[in-house]
Design a protein around this ligand. Structure first.
Ligand SMILES: [Zn+2]
Length: 184
């Protein structure tokens, strides 16, 4: 890195620390010729990804935006900053590891919601209500009902097991049919 004062090409690093968000390293350097100090930033190179919105407008993918949305959705919920950063990181990875240079805002939103749902259902519904921009109460209720039904289905699956089923449409055990020993 060329010294910004005298142009000399060699310097020594006197301090090195990650920036607050951890996405880059800040280095304090000292020129080996003039002794003056300057700062450089080292950042992992990620190729820019464009987010394609519903109306086909594009904007640069910005993880900070996801974080802001998550912070709002998670207000007063038992969710740590680490959990939130974890989701942002997972979505970032998904976007950058795909190798695609465009990503629909829908795919990003769905990915966030998948992770959030595992974490906290209240935060999930809040995020979904903003993200999907429920225009009326009924579409919001649809989403809530879906969530409740899904929860019930999961519970029933757990309870059903292989015990005595009470469903009438269930096939009787083979032996019974073959021997025709029905009660009536
Ligand atoms: Zn210098």
């Amino acid at each position: 890195m060329r010294c910004q004062y005298c142009g000399y090409l060699d310097s020594r690093v006197i301090d090195s620390r990650p920036t607050e968000e951890g996405s880059s390293i800040r280095r304090r350097r000292e020129c080996l010729r003039c002794g003056r100090r300057f700062t450089t930033y080292e950042k992992i190179e990620t190729s820019p990804v464009m987010v394609v919105k519903k109306d086909m407008r594009r904007e640069m993918f910005n993880p900070e935006k996801i974080k802001k949305g998550l912070l709002l959705a998670c207000q007063k919920r038992p969710i740590s900053m680490k959990d939130i950063d974890g989701i942002v990181e997972k979505v970032e990875k998904l976007v950058h590891s795909s190798g695609e240079d465009e990503f629909s805002s829908r795919r990003i939103g769905e990915a966030v919601m998948d992770h959030l749902r595992e974490l906290d259902e209240v935060a999930y519904v809040r995020f979904a209500s903003v993200y999907r921009q429920f225009t009326d109460v009924s579409s919001f209720m649809d989403e809530l009902n879906r969530l409740i039904l899904d929860g019930k289905a999961r519970q029933e699956e757990k309870q059903a097991g292989y015990g005595r089923g009470s469903r009438e449409d269930q096939d009787p055990p083979m032996g019974r049919v073959l021997h025709g020993d029905r009660a009536e």
